[in-house]
Design a protein around this ligand. Structure first.
Ligand SMILES: [Mg+2]
Length: 187
């Protein structure tokens, strides 16, 4: 297979953290959005792909398995294996899933089937629980194949190009409202 499943990801939240950091789209600074309300911690490195736009108004999210946590702002090469089809508070918020391409401990993880079931269960359970104490509901409609994940990535890249000028003008909330009114991007 062509290596189009290897992508650059900017880490926002290192594995093991309960601090939800986000890269600010305008300033590029790393902002503490919140500390998770419960005693939950990210089961993998959590970050995003630059120059993409998902239906929640943010870049496309990626969670990846690694051995040692990195740091917010670090760029890593991730081998995408699939996706997690998540609906967060009514908005489609798919996460891509993969492993660090440069960690030899994961070289045997070439498809979703190579990933131990318990690790997948743990990640799914994390997302189902991590907003429980905020009384927000997260739904997961299963795992997507690699093909679905790559399709999602292409769509988010196209959407970013379409809305880039408006995002630069700070119109994110306006765009989200328009999508909501039209009923698109909702789960
Ligand atoms: Mg998101």
């Amino acid at each position: 297979m062509a290596k189009d499943n290897i992508v650059d990801v900017i880490v926002e939240i290192p594995k093991g953290s309960s601090n939800k950091y986000e890269v600010d789209g305008i300033t590029g600074r790393i902002i503490l959005d919140r500390v998770l309300y419960g005693a939950n911690f990210y089961p993998g490195e959590y970050g995003m792909i630059e120059n993409t736009l998902d239906w929640d108004g943010d870049p496309l999210d990626v969670i990846s398995l690694c051995t040692y946590p990195t740091l917010p702002g670090v760029q890593v090469s991730v081998r995408i294996l699939g996706s997690i089809k998540m609906i967060d508070a009514g908005e489609i918020d798919t996460k891509l899933f993969g492993v660090f391409n440069d960690d030899p401990r994961f070289s045997d993880y070439q498809t979703l089937k190579d990933v131990p079931q318990h690790l997948k269960d743990e990640i799914e359970n994390f997302f189902l629980q991590y907003k429980a104490l905020q009384n927000k509901t997260v739904k997961i409609n299963g795992w997507g194949t690699l093909e679905e994940a790559i399709e999602e990535l292409h769509e988010c890249k196209k959407r970013f190009i379409e809305y880039k000028d408006r995002l630069d003008k700070g119109e994110k909330d306006l765009i989200l409202q328009e999508w909501k009114d039209k009923g698109i991007g909702q789960g």
